[in-house]
Design a protein around this ligand. Structure first.
Ligand SMILES: [Zn+2]
Length: 407
């Protein structure tokens, strides 16, 4: 295939995943359409596929209203929150110590300032869960307010692109919550002690989703595993994050149409990196318990082809010979450079199992995270299809080389 036709193909895959399918949030119809599309496409290139299912939750909302004495405040429903229709006195809390002291049962609590400065990890999130987040959640569940309003600013580390950001994004947390800007929070705090009314219309919907695992190569004892998460954040088309990685894997699958090597190649659309409980990641770990040692190299692609800057790769726990091979092959591509290590991606699954790991992202990923990722701005225009072709070609070269090396 010529470069031009590969670029056209990358572009059409991006349109398919981000425009024709308007949402890929876990549990929704679009998410299922995306995993079906992935399955169908890789199958057409001669890969065998499995699509193991998991239970999850879809969610919908029709907005929220907060009023005091006829004056209204702008609030947004926290993703995956339960809805509510309550009227109760307002209590304002700014620190964990204040929350420990406060009487909030049967009240509506406004969390602002220090206690609301970082997005709280979901209560059952398995991979990273700091004690001070869990402490806040435990206190709230014990004291059981009728509802929570969170006034937030920017959390650069977690959700830099979202202002205000939802303090809670957790389908396992059952106190209804909404969020607002810091400015609205300042205005609202002036009404402490008054009766306020909060109506939030939101619905949790039992659903299912699946990972897609595609395989080629005969050797089950030596495989290279490539991940790209196929789900997207609620309200984001998810072009960079992470249709880009998925499209690179689809291009790679086609480049391996005639592959008949021994080296096992496993291409995985993981489903849940941007969902509160990481169901696809947990399922992959469970299905591969005791089998991670067969993975010669784990590769993760996430946000790989931002239109600005180069594609950046980073290596973790790679033996010197393997690292040398990867660097030598990738150096043939001038828009592919070695960048900084990062840890907030699905390659954590390889790292926690001590496997040699290669992560691919964009060189300017911190700019992406601060401005575009997880927002409606993450559209196909932010992704360079030519760079997706580069990533697929470089990975094809690497896989074919590693297969040859084993003969
Ligand atoms: Zn991502």
């Amino acid at each position: 295939m010529t470069s031009d036709s590969l670029i056209d193909k990358a572009d059409s895959y991006l349109q398919r995943l981000c425009i024709d399918i308007p949402s890929r949030r876990v549990g929704c119809a679009g998410n299922r359409a995306a995993t079906d599309f992935f399955t169908h496409t890789v199958s057409s290139f001669g890969f065998g596929t499995e699509s193991p299912e998991f239970d999850c939750m879809d969610w919908s909302q029709e907005g929220a209203h907060l009023t005091i004495d006829g004056a209204s405040f702008e609030v947004f429903v926290s993703p995956y929150s339960l809805g509510c229709h309550v009227r109760a006195p307002l209590v304002v809390v700014s620190t964990v110590e204040e929350l420990e002291e406060a009487e909030v049962s049967d009240k509506i609590v406004l969390l602002r300032g220090d206690i609301a400065k970082e997005q709280l990890m979901p209560k059952n999130f398995p991979f990273y869960n700091p004690d001070h987040h869990q402490r806040i959640i435990q206190l709230l569940e014990t004291k059981n307010p009728q509802a929570i309003i969170a006034a937030t600013s920017r959390d650069v580390v977690m959700v830099g692109s979202q202002y205000p950001f939802p303090l809670f994004e957790d389908g396992d947390f059952d106190i209804p919550s909404v969020y607002m800007t810091e400015e609205e929070g300042n205005r609202l705090a002036g009404h402490a002690g008054k009766e306020i009314s909060l109506e939030s219309r939101a619905h949790r919907i039992p659903a299912t989703g699946c990972n897609v695992i595609a395989r080629k190569g005969v050797d089950p004892k030596g495989r290279i595993v490539l991940f790209a998460h196929i789900d997207a954040r609620i309200s984001s088309p998810g072009a960079g994050d992470n249709a880009s990685g998925v499209v690179a894997l689809l291009l790679l699958a086609e480049m391996l149409l005639g592959y008949s090597g021994d080296l096992g190649i496993e291409i995985v659309a993981l489903n849940g990196e941007d969902y509160y409980s990481n169901p696809g990641e947990q399922q992959y770990l469970a299905l591969n318990a005791g089998k991670f040692d067969d993975i010669l190299l784990g590769i993760n692609l996430d946000d790989v082809a931002y239109v600005k800057g180069n594609v950046a790769y980073s290596l973790y726990d790679c033996p010197p010979q393997l690292a040398g091979t990867i660097r030598a092959i990738f150096s043939r591509y001038e828009d592919l450079v070695e960048g900084e290590a990062w840890y907030q991606g699905d390659h954590g699954l390889f790292l926690m199992n001590q496997r040699p790991t290669l992560a691919i992202t964009s060189e300017l990923v911190s700019e992406l995270m601060a401005e575009i990722t997880h927002t409606p701005k993450d559209t196909p225009e932010t992704v360079d299809p030519a760079r997706l072709v580069t990533v697929a070609r470089a990975l094809r070269d690497l896989l074919l080389h590693l297969d040859q090396q084993r003969l």
